[in-house]
Design a protein around this ligand. Sequence first.
Ligand SMILES: *[C@@H]1O[C@H](CO)[C@@H](O)[C@H](O)[C@H]1NC(C)=O
Ligand SMILES: *[C@@H]1O[C@H](CO)[C@@H](O)[C@H](O)[C@H]1NC(C)=O
Ligand SMILES: *[C@@H]1O[C@H](CO)[C@@H](O)[C@H](O)[C@H]1NC(C)=O
Ligand SMILES: *[C@@H]1O[C@H](CO)[C@@H](O)[C@H](O)[C@H]1NC(C)=O
Length: 415
Amino acid sequence: MSSQLTAMVALLALTLTLLLAAASEASKVAGLHRIAINRSPKFQRSQKAVVAERDLVQRKYSRQSLSQDLSYPVEPLSNYNNYQYYGNISIGTPPQYFLVQFDTGSSNLWIPSVSCTSGGCADHQTYNQSASSTYQANGTYFTITYGTGSVSGYLSVDSVSVGGLNVSNQKFGQVSTEVGTNFVDAMFDGILGMAFPALAADGVVPVFQNMISQGLVVNSVFSFYLRDQGTTLNGGELILGGSDPSLYRGGLTYVPVSLPAYWQFITDSIKIGSTVVSVGDAAIADTGTSLIIAPLAEFDSIAAIFSADSNGVFYCTSTRSMPDLVITIQGVEFRISASYYVEQEGSTCQLLIQSINQDFWILGDVFLGRFYTEFDVGNQRLGFAPVNGAFSLSEMGLWKVLGLAITWGLWRWKN
Ligand SMILES: *[C@@H]1O[C@H](CO)[C@@H](O)[C@H](O)[C@H]1NC(C)=O
Ligand SMILES: *[C@@H]1O[C@H](CO)[C@@H](O)[C@H](O)[C@H]1NC(C)=O
Ligand SMILES: *[C@@H]1O[C@H](CO)[C@@H](O)[C@H](O)[C@H]1NC(C)=O
Ligand SMILES: *[C@@H]1O[C@H](CO)[C@@H](O)[C@H](O)[C@H]1NC(C)=O
């Protein structure tokens, strides 16, 4: 080996060591607890799936407004192969593991019980209270109705562990009967609601509120990073206790929560290209939904721009010439290109902006997948920033860094 080559190899090794150290340093922001988010491997957008999901969102939102009067727990259950971002939590001592959908559009924790003999429960992890030393009975009966069926069971109390944070005395719904549902198809076992207590059925304190009162998080903030083109095992992260600035570009744009039930805020305006569709509309950040849902009149205006039918379907050649969807929040424009809000199948396109009979917008993954979102419970505000598209070193993996370094080294050597 020539001395020149030896020096180069040494330099490369040093650079690599420094790069890796920096990468691992950056990923360790103090006080943050991370939960990997998985994505349904079955996810595939089709016209049928989009319409089915829209109908599901409709039931979710109409039921929740009813639930205030009827006082029974109401939870959505995504039956279809939509995005279904979910993660691993445990309940009980020793821990029993469950995959739950982290849903900022509802406020209760819900899991199937081992006593449930229905088909939907058979395919999922079930909670066995007899196997947990920290289980406490509550017994309040509840029924959850959705779509074509219902689930029912009783409230229970146990330790719930999320991202290494152990919440004691968490009240949750244990489902013992499930009738006429498509629960069988869900990739996750239950739902962990992350909206405000006002939405929680039976006055149950939500998991994150217990984390705050039990002093488990330094900051009363959680945030979602939903990875673009996320895979089953690498769909993104739910971060408890703060935000990780390496996952977004620039600063967060904060907007106050206008009504602390859903994560609701007021938009300045919403445009398609330069065509103003709405001014001053309310919107909700909902991680339990993959679509964007517009109020009816606003949807009609958007559909008219594309000559789309009531399901948002229209003839198209390419999404490339279509205008951006521009949502302005606190004077800052959040742009989503058409390739993200329009799904193309051959010469047919479909808007991933749909409508239910509702006077606010619901921003699901089509929006949240583009913008890192901080849910600041303590200050009752939301923060948004574009997700960091540039891949971080820690994400690239050692072999890619090595590969790049060697390629660079060879290039330097030859030149
Ligand atoms: C959840 O995490 C536990 C502990 O790491 C693991 O044993 C279990 O397999 C995980 N469950 C799933 C479905 O990934
Ligand atoms: C539930 O746990 C108890 C205690 O560990 C055990 O005896 C019982 O078999 C379990 N039930 C089921 C259905 O696994
Ligand atoms: C069960 O939980 C409900 C709802 O939070 C509460 O009103 C009730 O007092 C609890 N019952 C018992 C026996 O702890
Ligand atoms: C959670 O906390 C309870 C009560 O302090 C403890 O008994 C249990 O072992 C803990 N569970 C986990 C999974 O750390």
